[in-house]
Design a binder for this molecule. Structure first.
Ligand SMILES: [Zn+2]
Length: 336
């Protein structure tokens, strides 16, 4: 039986109950097919738990299971890092350093803040694979004082955000969001070119800024919205994204300054695009992703209904029963 996907922090904490469980997870991430010495390729090693190292039984070479991850040389217990990454990967709205400190019982606020910064760094660059097939594109206004604006055309202190989302039947695929200086053709088509693959069908309203798209290798379909209240009917998915984004920004970051808005958009995008596979988000945050096969678009979206299977595939666990001890996994005893 495959273990259930952890649906709560409580379940997650049971799965990663102690340092040994976390170290085992790291070892599995590093060696999906069992331990293998990078120097002599021998497949037996002895764990040195306090140093988070594995020592080759043939040649004595030490391999670190945390190298290349945010966990390298940290004094913070692995359990706390794992919980923090889980919270950041799955919580909506996002987590503040103060919440993290309280939730995990971290003694110093500065420690919680630094952990959060490190985890957030992994969210700055969302996946680079271009959106494809059918994509809705629209702009919206964010931030600034809500009151005192008359009519829908005034920008005031608001920032302009352009967004694109893939059409997947009635649902949405991946999203991209970007702050733009204006709604000119240059800004809008520049965003599309940077984020959507050639040949895609682009669905927009009738705003002239999108008109050049058909000459740029896209199949452009624009529709007149007439009454602005109908906009959500013409482009329902991107309007849902904008609605969720605004709710999140209002709830978590009261009055977002323009300076940091793009970082918040990236964070929202990171979570949104991995909402069906939070475990993949969790791994990316910890920096584990680079150690195994990259998470491709196909892996993410062909398996969206079975996140645990996707999680296990990413770890290379296949359909095997989940090993429970070091001995079952590697045929050696842990010294700790
Ligand atoms: Zn060796």
């Amino acid at each position: 039986m495959r273990p259930e996907y952890p649906r709560s922090l409580h379940e997650f904490r049971k799965l990663f109950a102690d340092e040994a469980a976390c170290r085992l997870y790291l070892a599995r991430s590093r060696w999906p097919e069992g331990v293998r010495c990078p120097r002599c390729k021998h497949h037996e090693a002895l764990e040195l738990p306090t140093r988070r190292l594995w020592r080759c039984r043939a040649c004595g070479y030490d391999t670190s299971v945390t190298a290349g991850t945010v966990l390298h040389r940290t004094r913070v217990p692995l359990t706390q890092w794992f919980w923090a990454a889980y919270l950041v990967a799955t919580q909506t709205p996002g987590f503040s350093a103060l919440q993290l400190q309280r939730q995990l019982g971290i003694r110093r606020y500065e420690t919680a803040w630094a952990m959060l910064q490190k985890l957030r760094r992994a969210m700055v660059r969302p996946d680079r694979e271009l959106l494809k097939e059918r994509v809705e594109v629209d702009e919206t206004y964010i931030g600034g004082p809500e009151a005192g604006l008359r009519g829908g055309r005034q920008v005031g202190d608001k920032a302009i955000v352009v967004g694109a989302v893939e059409v997947r039947g009635r649902a949405s695929g991946r999203v991209r969001l970007q702050v733009v200086p204006d709604v000119s053709a240059r800004s809008l088509t520049g965003f599309v070119r940077a984020n959507v693959a050639h040949g895609a069908v682009i669905l927009t309203d009738a705003w002239g800024g999108y008109a050049p798209l058909s000459e740029m290798g896209y199949r452009h379909r624009s529709r007149t919205q007439g009454d602005p209240r109908r906009a959500s009917k013409i482009l329902p998915r991107i309007h849902r994204v904008f609605g969720n984004l605004k709710t999140w920004l209002r709830g978590t970051h009261h009055g977002v300054g323009h300076t940091h808005l793009q970082a918040y958009l990236d964070e929202f995008t990171f979570r949104f695009n991995r909402r069906r596979v939070p475990m993949a988000a969790f791994q990316t945050l910890l920096g584990l992703g680079s150690q195994q096969q990259p998470t491709t678009y196909k892996q993410l979206y062909n398996r969206r209904r079975v996140p645990m299977a996707a999680f296990q595939t990413l770890l290379g666990l296949g359909s095997q029963q989940q090993p429970t001890t070091y001995k079952q996994l590697y045929g050696v005893e842990s010294t700790g």
